[in-house]
Write a protein that binds this ligand. Structure first.
Ligand code: NAD
Length: 419
């Protein structure tokens, strides 16, 4: 097994789709390279008086279809290849749901769980200042990702606005509601995962009521997915976070878990307890015999080392890149249906788009309107991917890339190469 590089995963699936679409190497040459890669040093005065320099990135993979769009990750494992892959996935995600954006992503190598609020805010402000020449409502619009949240977006918006000398709401999405954040944005990714899960169960003629699910990751995406699937009547038998997992054969008490986790951002499942549950590892969670497995943490969780032990019937990729390319083939051969990340977790960027549209027009929509508009994008996007995969006798991942690569390449061709 070679060294895992998520960007190679992206290139592999893009090439596969391009070949089916009949595009030449020359047609896809430009989308193989991110348009801009910025690496920055972020000096921060820590609470103990020492100075620490953090490393950060902002990468714009493509602006062919619109401004770059994509989250900011604060995590110890952030690195250039990861941010490049995440930026490219954003390009194809925005294309598959047909919103007028390209793709970008950023990250800072740090562990938010070990930082005070003051240190976190200092990192955010200095990072924002360092990437300020690249971002803006018409250029590149960050949003939350792993380790960041609405509060971090509020500090980014404030820093950028201070530098500009006026209030710029549309520079980031996923902001606090008081700063022009969209109602429904916090839940949007998980809500999209829920719509997608219901869609795939329906297509396969399966009932969501009582269907078992296991969810890896209980952050923004995993916890909202758990909440909404539980509401839909599914039996969530296992969940996990960085501290490990918990399992209950009759279904976990999801509302109690969510209440416990929401009390403090540093609360972890290792300290949670309920009658009848047992502790399991993240690896064991992935290998459970469930109807639906939802990886909602990080990349490369299912790879050549564990793919043949996966027993779920369906995997809904709530995280970005949780399945490595070599594992895809094994899962496919076992008849496991995978709903790809660029479709399954697109709900977040769709509602980010709604937030940006509301900011530009200085209007605000109700949460009901936002959720309805989200469904009106997610459901047809799912059907389109399902239909093309059926027509081409291929996987849902290749189907999603057939739609996305065509939209990106056609936009690039229509613009032609400048100068
Ligand atoms: P988050 O920081 O809110 O939560 C991450 C969760 O993963 C936490 O529960 C953490 O404990 C857990 N985790 C971290 N390392 C782990 C490990 N090694 N093993 C198991 N669990 C681990 O992040 P999030 O925003 O929920 O993002 C999760 C995934 O969803 C990422 O792949 C992200 O790129 C993707 N995503 C997020 C959004 C969004 O709107 N936030 C949108 C689309 C995709």
């Amino acid at each position: 097994m070679g060294q895992y590089n998520p960007y190679d995963n992206v290139l592999k699936v893009v090439k596969e789709a391009a070949d089916i679409l009949g595009y030449s190497d020359s047609d896809i040459e430009a989308i193989k390279y991110p348009e801009r890669e910025l690496k920055v040093a972020i000096p921060v005065r820590m609470d103990d008086g020492t100075t620490h320099v953090f490393e950060g990135y902002r990468i714009q993979h493509s602006t062919s279809r619109g401004p770059a769009k994509g989250g900011i990750r604060f995590h110890p494992a952030v690195n250039l290849d990861e941010v490049k892959a995440l930026a490219a996935w954003m390009t194809f995600k925005c294309a598959v749901v047909n919103i007028p954006y390209g793709g970008g992503k950023g990250g800072v190598v740090c562990d938010p769980n070990k930082l005070s609020e003051n240190e976190l805010r200092a990192i955010t402000r200095r990072f924002t200042a360092a990437i300020a020449p690249l971002i803006g409502p018409e250029q590149d619009i960050p949003a939350p990702d792993v380790g960041t949240n609405a509060a971090v977006m509020g500090w980014m918006m404030d820093t950028y606005s201070m530098l500009k000398g006026h209030c710029v709401h549309g520079v980031v999405t996923g902001k606090p509601i008081e700063l022009g954040g969209a109602l429904g944005r916090n839940e949007a990714t998980g809500r999209g995962v829920m719509f997608t899960t219901k869609n795939i169960l329906r297509k396969l003629g399966l009932d969501s009521n009582g269907a078992t699910a296991a969810i890896q990751g209980m952050g923004n995406v995993g916890s909202i997915t758990a909440k909404l699937l539980y509401k839909e009547g599914m039996k969530i038998v296992a969940v996990s976070d960085v501290s490990g997992g918990i399992y209950h054969q009759d279904g976990l008490n999801i509302p109690a878990i969510l209440e416990y986790l929401s009390k403090d951002r540093r609360n972890l499942l290792e300290d949670y307890n309920e009658d009848g549950m047992i502790r399991i590892s993240n690896e064991e969670l992935l290998e459970l015999d469930v109807k639906v497995l939802v990886p909602a943490a990080l990349e490369n969780q299912i790879n050549a080392s564990n793919a043949d032990r996966i027993k779920a019937d369906i995997i809904v990729e709530a995280a970005n890149g949780p399945i490595a390319a070599e594992a895809d083939e094994t899962l496919n051969a076992k008849g496991i249906i995978v709903v790809p990340d660029i479709l399954a977790n697109a709900g977040g960027v769709v509602v980010s788009y709604f937030e940006w549209v509301q900011n530009i027009q200085s209007v605000s929509w109700t949460e009901e309107t936002v959720n309805e508009k989200l469904k009106n994008i997610m459901d047809p996007a799912f059907d389109a991917v399902w239909n093309i995969a059926e027509q081409q006798h291929t996987t849902l991942r290749t189907g999603a890339y057939l739609i996305a690569v065509k939209r990106v390449v056609d936009a690039k061709k229509a613009r032609a190469i400048w100068p």
